[in-house]
Design a protein around this ligand. Structure first.
Ligand code: ADP
Length: 487
């Protein structure tokens, strides 16, 4: 079927899949709407089927012998070129994602889309600099070779869709694997924009495919195709279980970055103003951030002062149109999502947890939810134990460091943690004791792309970032070479 575009605010966005270097339509489509104004339909997007999955995997299988034999330098050149094209088109990509997901426009332009370009640029450098590990032992030379593994399926979530996709796609392509990316059905448009740049960046046909549609049919068909050699997923633990089963069925390595319920621990020796500001900052993006520190754990002696500062900073939040520079809290992505967030708070209320502030939809019929702080009746309350993914924080106090660590480690998640303290010794002790993939000390969201990234427990399995993602995407081989003279 013909290649189609939709025009959104003067920006053209492809509405089809991108398979084997070409845009491809589907008979069925699905709608995408703007969270800022739910009656604003943005586009009808191709809804892929099992057949689409089959076509995309076939394209990736066919392209693998070509792409995997590109020299590292040539692969890096394509990645660099794609990064340049993202940079050149950053404003359009940002606007489209802002309309589709309600992510703040300024933060997209300044932070997230440039970061997406950096993901490709960074992996161009990493793959060029990657060294084979080699050492001598027992009279032999051990050389560790990374072999490209084959087609990789990458399934991504609706939050920060462009940046999160590139974070996973860049190492896969750098490794010499071909890619089939399926973005989430609630925010497909910015990734659709990416399909415009792949050929121009110089990738051979089929090296990088993007398909649009739902997880239950298209996604499930992709991850269960036995020709797929890697599955990389970001999303919910429920979906991870299903995808993990499919990967296990085919005995294929699988990595999953899932939810979080990060502690933000405030010790009385810290810069309280900075801690309170950062705590109120957890409402940015309306809490639709898996790394957020959503459980505030505050040492008893400073609880009163902390709360005063926290309320003052929270009062400064502005709920509004994400295109306005003054807005700090975006609309939630979907009516079903705000319903889910509201239901969490209602259950907390019914459970006897204390709603300290917020606890309601900002304006009936719209998708903004007020910044909400809840003091749970007990640490077992659902509001403390389960990820909400909205602007809802809990607050609990603690007396001792041991208590803080016990509370921090008391959920099934382990993605991130934040600690505010002025003591280097305490930072070291507590930083080591908190069980999560990353712990920020006196800061938040700063991350070097070469560091490992991933979760513990229900926050995920496997690590990506830097060399860790190269190892995931490769079939590692040992070349064992006899160093003596062969007689
Ligand atoms: P979220 O809580 O972010 O909506 P999901 O896990 O439901 O998390 O979705 C994340 C991604 O997983 C989306 O792209 C979605 O389409 C996809 N997905 C959902 N179910 C499946 C499945 N059974 N197989 C493959 N992908 C799926």
């Amino acid at each position: 079927m013909a290649h189609e575009y939709v025009e959104i605010e003067g920006i053209s966005v492809p509405t089809g899949h991108f398979i084997g270097g070409e845009h491809v339509s589907s008979v069925e489509t699905f709608e995408t709407r703007s969270p800022m104004q739910w009656d604003w339909k943005l586009a009808d997007i191709a809804r892929g089927t099992k057949e689409t999955a089959n076509q995309a995997v076939t394209a990736a299988v066919d392209a693998f012998p070509v792409w995997s034999r590109y020299t590292v330098q040539d692969r890096a050149t394509c990645l660099q070129h794609l990064a340049d094209l993202i940079d050149e088109n950053k404003d359009d990509i940002a606007t489209v994602e802002c309309l589709d997901m309600a992510m703040l426009l300024e933060s997209l332009k300044l932070r997230l889309i440039p970061r997406a370009a950096l993901n490709f640029r960074n992996y161009a450098n990493i793959i060029i600099d990657a060294e084979e590990r080699a050492w001598s032992s027992k009279g032999t030379l051990n050389r560790i070779i990374r072999m490209p593994a084959g087609p990789a399926v990458i399934i991504t979530p609706w939050n920060a869709p462009f940046m999160l996709s590139t974070w996973k796609v860049a190492p896969a392509l750098a490794s010499g694997n071909t890619v089939i990316l399926k973005p989430a059905e609630w925010s497909p448009l910015s990734t659709a924009k990416l399909t415009e740049f792949i050929n121009e960046a110089g990738f051979p046909s089929g090296a990088f495919n993007i398909v649009q549609g739902f997880g239950s049919d298209l996604g499930a068909a992709l991850v269960s195709d036995p020709r797929v050699k890697r599955v990389s997923f970001t999303g919910s633990p429920e979906t991870a279980r299903k995808i993990g089963h499919a990967a296990a069925e085919n005995i294929v390595p699988f990595t999953a970055e899932l939810g979080g319920k990060g502690p933000l621990i405030v010790f009385e020796d810290c810069d309280l103003d900075a801690a309170a500001k950062k705590a109120a900052g957890q409402f940015d993006d309306s809490g639709q951030v898996c790394l957020a520190g959503t459980r505030l754990l505050v040492q008893t002696g400073v609880m009163g002062d902390f709360l005063k500062l926290f309320h003052a900073y929270t009062d400064q939040h502005v709920m509004g149109d994400s295109r306005d520079a003054a807005t700090t809290m975006a609309a939630l992505i979907h009516p079903l999502h705000i319903e889910k967030v509201a239901a969490f708070v209602e259950r907390a209320r019914a459970n006897g947890d204390k709603i300290i502030r917020g606890g309601k939809v900002h304006k009936e019929g719209r998708l903004w939810y007020e910044p909400t702080l809840i003091q749970p009746k007990s640490n077992n309350s659902e509001i403390v134990q389960n990820e909400i993914f909205g602007p809802v924080l809990t607050i609990q106090d603690f007396e001792t460091e041991e208590e803080a660590i016990a509370l921090a480690n008391s959920t099934k998640y382990g993605l991130s943690g934040i600690i505010y303290t002025s003591s280097a010794e305490r930072a070291e002790r507590v930083g080591r004791a908190v069980r999560s993939g990353i712990v920020w000390i006196n800061c938040f969201l700063i991350r070097d792309l070469s560091a490992p990234f991933g979760g513990i427990g229900e926050s995920g399995i496997g690590r990506e970032g830097g060399d860790y993602a190269l190892d995931f995407h490769a079939d590692l081989k040992t070349l064992q070479i006899y160093e003596g003279s062969v007689t």
